[in-house]
Design a protein around this ligand. Structure first.
Ligand code: FDA
Length: 390
């Protein structure tokens, strides 16, 4: 049985970063993945250009059972550290919006960069490696793959979450955590489009393709000012993906289509204009027609509405309520909420408190970032921290 210092399971964002860092410290590292390609999610991320980090990374941009958990790793390996690595490799990048950094050319640049870092650090990468069993072996571990058995002093689990099972996502990390007695918090799809209740689908489906800037708000008061997109299946766009991570089944989401006070201004400025025409100045025409029809609002000159009617229209425009039927689930979700309970791990090293030399990094952990490069930054930061100690 070949002995390694470190075995990392999962050649995704977190695993590649951790393996390279451990290798640089002179550790003999084996990186295993059951897939046939390295970094498949990196390759498909950001529309093929990988939104690899964000200028505005901060702990508040992460959902986690213990909101303090992410602070140490994000402070020790920051977005500026990753940007420096990208620049060292001569990768051209740009800010798209809201601090989101994308490759100018291709996400392949990021994968090539991480593979080069691993190669330079002497990491051995083995793909198509199906893991059959993991057992404790003294202070370390024995890992049985379909090909052979290998042992290691430190075992790092970087097997990711459940989203996109078609490209290799598996519950491996959660099962392994449970095997070693660690608590795993319930998982659900995050950064995911909403599906609609049948009656909403009937009235909103014709709006497929319509997009507009909104402020989406969840029942806990979290708000995101980004765009909303109607699709054939339901609603999507950045505002929906963001708010989906804060949504629980059965809850409503509210969309601010027009800021409060705008209608009162309209009544004062354009009293003779019909509601439908006036709304058409600010909102897509198809949406205006659908909204008025759904809510049974008759369009007439603004001055003809009585205060009670105006208040109801104002309420509708400033907080349009929608009760999603559900989400599109792991098939299209960008991330998985929940996972290995952070109370089980050291926030500095990612080692399991009660299982020395067992580490969990990246998305398998109960840490989920906003849309916009925050999830990769968590993977880089957590991977880097573990890489310093394994
Ligand atoms: P990741 O999923 O990257 O890697 C896990 C690895 O483990 C995979 O290679 C998998 O094959 C392997 N594995 C799983 N089970 C295994 C088993 N049983 N045995 C062996 N290996 C196993 N984030 C962001 O910040 N910016 C962005 O632009 C995007 N865009 C984006 C687009 C799409 C379509 C998706 C689905 C996701 C994103 N994300 C994103 C999220 C981001 O991809 C995600 O947070 C990171 O990839 C998580 O990194 P990890 O290394 O933890 O898991």
């Amino acid at each position: 049985m070949k002995a390694w210092d470190v075995i990392v399971i999962g050649a995704g964002a977190a695993g590649l970063m951790c393996a390279a860092e451990a290798g640089k410290r002179g550790r003999k590292v084996l990186l295993l993945d059951h897939g046939k390609r390295i970094g498949r999610k990196i390759l498909m991320s950001g529309g093929g250009r990988c939104n690899f980090t964000n200028y505005f990374v901060e702990p508040a941009a992460y959902l986690c059972g213990n909101p303090h958990f992410v602070k140490s790793a994000l402070a020790r390996y920051t977005q500026w550290d990753f940007i420096a690595l990208v620049e060292k490799h001569g990768i051209a990048y740009h800010e798209k919006t809201l601090g989101q950094l994308f490759c100018d050319d291709s996400a392949q640049d990021i994968v090539d960069m991480l593979v080069k870092e691993c190669e330079d650090a002497g990491v051995t990468i083995r793909l198509r490696a199906e893991i059959l069993q993991v057992d404790r072996l003294g202070e370390g571990f024995m890992v049985a793959t379909a090909g052979d058995e290998v042992s290691c002093q430190s075992l790092v689990v970087a097997s990711g979450g459940l989203s996109m099972p078609k490209i290799g996502a598996s519950p491996f990390g959660y099962k392994l955590a449970e095997q070693f007695g660690l608590r795993v918090l319930p998982t659900r799809a995050g950064l995911v489009p909403f599906t609609l209740q049948p009656e909403d689908k009937a009235t909103l489906e014709p709006l497929a393709g319509v997009s507009l800037p909104v402020v989406a708000e969840s029942e806990d008061g979290t708000r995101f000012a980004e765009s909303l997109l109607f699709t054939h299946r339901g609603v999507s766009g950045p505002s929906v993906l963001q708010i989906s991570s804060y949504w629980q089944a059965g809850e409503q989401v509210h969309f601010e289509l027009l800021p409060a006070g705008r209608l009162a201004q309209g009544v004062a400025d354009s009293p003779n204009q019909e509601l439908k025409t006036w709304l058409g100045r600010y909102l897509p025409k198809r949406l205006v027609e659908t909204l008025l029809e759904r809510e049974k609002i008759t369009s007439k000159p603004l001055k003809q509405y009585v205060p009670k009617e105006l208040a109801a229209i104002e309420q509708l425009l400033s907080a349009w309520p929608l009760k999603p039927g559900g989400t599109e689930g792991y098939r299209t979700a960008e991330v998985t909420l929940g996972g290995v309970d952070t109370n089980e791990l050291s926030s500095k090293t990612m080692m399991a408190n009660k299982v020395p030399n067992l580490y969990f990094i990246g998305e398998v952990v109960d840490v989920t970032g906003w849309l916009g490069g925050y999830n990769f930054q968590w993977a880089w930061s957590a991977g880097w921290c573990a890489g310093q100690v394994v």
